[in-house]
Design a binder for this molecule. Sequence first.
Ligand code: GUN
Length: 279
Amino acid sequence: MTQLIDGKRISQEIKDELKIEVQKMKEQGISVCLAVVQVGNDPASTVYVRNKKKACAYVGIESRAYELPEETTEEELVKLVEELNQDDTVNGILVQLPLPRHINEDRIIRTISPDKDVDGFHPVSVGRLWIGEKGFVSCTPAGIIQLLKRSGIEIEGKNCVIVGRSNIVGKPMAALLLRENGTVTVTHSRTKNLSEVTSKADILIAAIGKARFITAEYVKDGAVVIDVGMNRDEEGHLCGDVDFKDVEAKVSAITPVPGGVGPMTIAMLMNNCVETARC
Ligand code: GUN
């Protein structure tokens, strides 16, 4: 029987644990506040931001919203982030991406204090992750580690293959799997004989951004398959990077889309916010 890895249930479990922890913090006079900054009104960003605020309310974290107009200048945004860095009542800062084209995203990410970088995007956070120092970890790959652990899937000694090398998923995923003593291979668009490499994976992470790209020929019998994709097919249906129907019978465990990796990102963002207040 193929195990369906239920991200909805596991993310709820994490949020419930955090809610209890936040309540205990409140009893000790410690509160947690996340500043959520959105520039412009990209519809997808508006949905993400709304869901983040909802999760904050559920867990008991104060969310402070900064909704800035599309015309906001880079200097104005830098100034706001610097003010939030200095504000002792703000624990975490999240600037929703993508930013309008006239704003340099890298500069904004670097302006956020690494001590408030709940997205884990700052180069200091990335460096800390790679050398095994305490710091914030990018939420989606951190969520994938939780999905594996809470589903009883051992990482140590396993052949882990990641398809995709983005800064937000592929690269931090490699660092995290390595930290868990996996044997890690990162593949990408220039990898030769991709299916030969992926079909050796005990744990396969698909983060390519191409609808139903991973079919049965890419997957080993009994593998664990984690699908990070969130795509629309030609008919507008939401689907992952994995051809679920083609692969399902062959694997030992798999995440669905939706309801797999997706809900974990916000749960881990909440965890990072609470982390800012943990001693
Ligand atoms: N846009 C899409 N996903 C994310 C995310 O995880 N963090 C931020 N800041 N922006 C995003």
